[in-house]
Design a protein around this ligand. Structure first.
Ligand SMILES: [Zn+2]
Length: 186
């Protein structure tokens, strides 16, 4: 939004500026100390295989995946939009495959996960300890909660995928960039 002091006009937009969504919705991992009171905003979990390289999680390119070809282990992760009323924060919670089972069973039974409260702990209490989650009904009604995030759109942005770009195209661009970088620094 800008204001021109000359004639007092204001430019209004119906959506936030491009690039602000992933700041509003960072990917959250449960810390070693655990977490509680996270309210689920999404109706369903969204999951996919990811690889860890370049200092972050990246999506797997499936049948033509460069990371798979390079022998980088792929791991499935589930993602959910969550809200922390006390901290007034929103984020995309990353769930491990083992913990996701609890959510999948609940989604079958209850149809939607929205408005459930998550308590999570790690056993042992380490950053990579096994994630264990418990779901309870929260005091919030589905209507009283902030809207659910568009998980596909936000994750694509976080993963650096341009609109319509495939994971394979993104990986090739990533490889070209790192090769160019290595060439420069050698
Ligand atoms: Zn892969």
């Amino acid at each position: 939004m800008t204001m021109d002091p000359e004639n007092g006009t204001i430019t209004w937009t119906s959506a936030p500026p491009v690039g602000t969504q992933e700041m509003t919705w960072p990917v959250l991992r449960i810390p070693s100390s655990g977490a509680k009171g996270l309210i689920i905003l999404s109706d369903q979990m969204l999951g996919t295989y990811t690889h860890y390289f370049g200092g972050r999680s990246n999506p797997c390119g499936d049948h033509q995946c460069k990371a798979c070809e390079d022998g980088n282990q792929k791991r499935w992760h589930g993602y959910l939009g969550v809200w922390m009323p006390k901290a007034a924060k929103k984020g995309i919670l990353e769930i491990t495959e083992a913990a996701a089972d609890t959510l999948a069973k609940m989604a079958d039974k209850r149809v939607t996960l929205r408005a459930l409260s998550i308590a999570a702990q790690r056993q042992p209490a380490k950053a990579n300890g096994k994630l264990i989650i418990q779901l309870t009904e929260s005091e919030w009604s589905a209507d009283g909660l902030p809207p659910a995030p568009d998980l596909v759109r936000i994750l694509r942005r976080i993963w650096g995928l341009q609109p319509e770009e495939s994971v394979q195209q993104m990986q090739e661009a990533f490889k070209r960039r790192s090769n160019a970088l290595n060439g420069r620094t050698k």
